[in-house]
Ligand binder design. Sequence first.
Ligand SMILES: Cc1cc2nc3c(=O)[nH]c(=O)nc-3n(C[C@H](O)[C@H](O)[C@H](O)COP(=O)(O)O)c2cc1C
Length: 124
Amino acid sequence: MDAADGVIFVSPVYMYHITSLLKNFIDHFAYLVHRPKYFKKPAMVFIHRGGMFNEVITYMERVAKSWGFSVVAKLGIADLDDLTPNYREKSIKELQRETEKFYNAVKTGKLPSPTLTDLIGFRV
Ligand SMILES: Cc1cc2nc3c(=O)[nH]c(=O)nc-3n(C[C@H](O)[C@H](O)[C@H](O)COP(=O)(O)O)c2cc1C
C-alpha cells in the first residue's frame, strides 16, 4: 500500500461480510486509523457475489477512509454467469464506469474533497 499509486480492496462475500482473511489484514493495520498516512491516495472497493453488497461495501469504504484513503470508486458485482443478459450488461457497464473512475484518479491525481464527516474522523 505504501508503494502503490492507488489501492483496490477486493473481497467475495462470506456470510454477509468480507472474508476473515481480509478482516485479519484490516485488524493488523488498525493502528493506521485516524492517521494521515494514505491521504491523497485513491482507493476502490470491489465486493463480489451476493445481494448484501451495500453493507459490505459501506464497511470496507469506512475502513479505507479511516486509513486516509480517498475512496473514488466502489461496486458490488454478482457472478456474471448467473445473471440475466440485461443485468449482466448493466453490471459490466458499472464495472467499466467504476474502474475508469479509479484509473483516472490514479492517472491525474485529482481526488474529491473530503466530506465534513471525513474531516471529523481526523481532526477530533
Ligand atoms: C464460507 C462461505 C460463505 C459464503 N457466504 C456468502 C454470502 O453470505 N453471500 C453470498 O452471496 N455468497 C456467499 N458465498 C459465496 C461466495 O461469495 C462466492 O462463492 C465467491 O465466488 C467465493 O470467492 P472465492 O472463490 O474467491 O472464495 C460464500 C462462500 C463461502 C465459501
